[in-house]
Design a protein. Structure first.
Length: 358
């Protein structure tokens, strides 16, 4: 296989092309997703807050059950520092890239005029959701947005984004902010930012996937676990509970009610979680000049990953590091604070109420 045409010759697009597409509208990005069978029903339910009646500029084709024969020669994709195990593999073609999820076998074709997923898609709906969202991310990155590893909520002229290292409490923090009356959910794990007057934030249609510790700490979320499972988890030592990787989907309208999702918003504040379990110091917010804190900027920046094809046609190189200059420009009009001291979500929620009510 040398190019996208060679890949397409080995796939049957008819099932997707004969299915009625559904359309998504996120900020200035519009998509049409062609998907057959029950997978379509699952996806339209998930993306309900982004559905549109207008056909999109980007076409995504989903081909459940199909595979390439023979398999291409795969190259392991280098994961970010601190991440273990092999997750993705790539095969670069002329003007296109194949990406494979190593554990599931789901495979993707990414090219300027082709965005396709094939393989065991119905058994890996979350992976398909992520692929659709990568098309939004890539379109925005080509339009000079910067990708942040952050969550965000908004109310009127204020939008608060919260970043931190993986497992640092972004999801728990942002869901506590959703308890503030009138706030809207922007994003749980990926936020795009761009300079402007005011600076802008854009989320993607991805509902939070949260750990059990987040659920136990918020009575509103207790229904996501059975009473028996909640009792088992409550008996764990706090450090073990915090480290437990057991993801649960939180569908925002089901928990917080309709009208609580807003993907695009003016960006006013950015907090970086640099607090510590076991610290005796009170939780503090300290305004910083982000240009002088490369450690905090590193927690904000996020590599676009193997799917991203730049404007000039080249794909994101393996192991590439984001350029800090674009982030500094996008954050120039944003108040950035470091959150230090002990991990205290009640104290952080109080700071959030002061921010939105002030």
């Amino acid at each position: 296989m040398r190019n996208a045409a060679d890949v397409l010759a080995r796939l049957d697009l008819a099932p997707a092309q004969s299915a009625a597409p559904f359309h998504l509208d996120v900020g200035a990005v519009t998509l049409s997703v062609y998907c057959p069978g029950t997978l379509r029903d699952a996806l339209t339910a998930y993306f309900a807050d982004a559905l549109s009646d207008t056909p999109g500029d980007i076409a995504v084709h989903l081909l459940p059950g199909q595979a390439l024969a023979p398999e291409p020669d795969w190259t392991a994709w280098q994961r970010e520092p601190g991440k273990a195990g092999r997750k993705d593999a790539i095969c670069d073609l002329d003007g296109a890239r194949l990406i494979r999820k190593v554990r599931s076998g789901v495979t993707f074709l990414q090219a300027p005029d082709a965005a396709m997923a094939f393989g065991p898609l119905e058994d890996n709906v979350s992976t398909v959701i992520n692929f659709i969202n990568t098309q939004i991310l890539s379109a925005c990155l080509r339009d000079d947005w910067q990708l942040c590893h952050a969550a965000a909520v908004t109310r009127e002229a204020r939008t608060l984004a919260i970043a931190g290292l993986s497992g640092g409490g972004k999801s728990t923090s942002i869901l506590r902010m959703m308890e503030i009356p009138g706030t809207g959910f922007v994003s749980n794990d990926r936020v795009l930012i761009r300079d402007g007057d005011p600076p802008q934030a854009l989320g993607i249609p991805k509902h939070p996937r949260i750990n059990p510790g987040t659920i136990l700490g918020n009575p509103r979320l207790h229904g996501l676990l059975s009473p028996e499972r909640r009792a088992e988890l409550a008996a764990l030592p706090p450090a073990e509970l915090w480290a437990l990787e057991e993801k649960h989907d939180l569908i925002v309208p089901e928990i917080y009610g309709p009208g609580r999702v807003r993907y695009d918003a003016p960006l006013s504040d950015f907090w970086v979680l640099n607090w510590q379990h076991g610290s005796d110091a009170p939780t503090r917010l300290t305004e910083v000049q982000i240009a002088d804190r490369p450690d905090l900027l590193g927690a904000i920046m996020k590599s676009p990953g193997p799917f991203y094809q730049h404007r000039d046609g080249h794909f994101e190189p393996n192991g590439n590091t984001p350029d800090a200059a674009g982030y500094l420009a996008a954050l120039a009009g944003v108040r950035v604070c470091e959150v230090s001291g002990r991990v205290d979500f009640d104290a952080l929620a109080d700071h959030g109420r002061q921010l939105f009510d002030g």
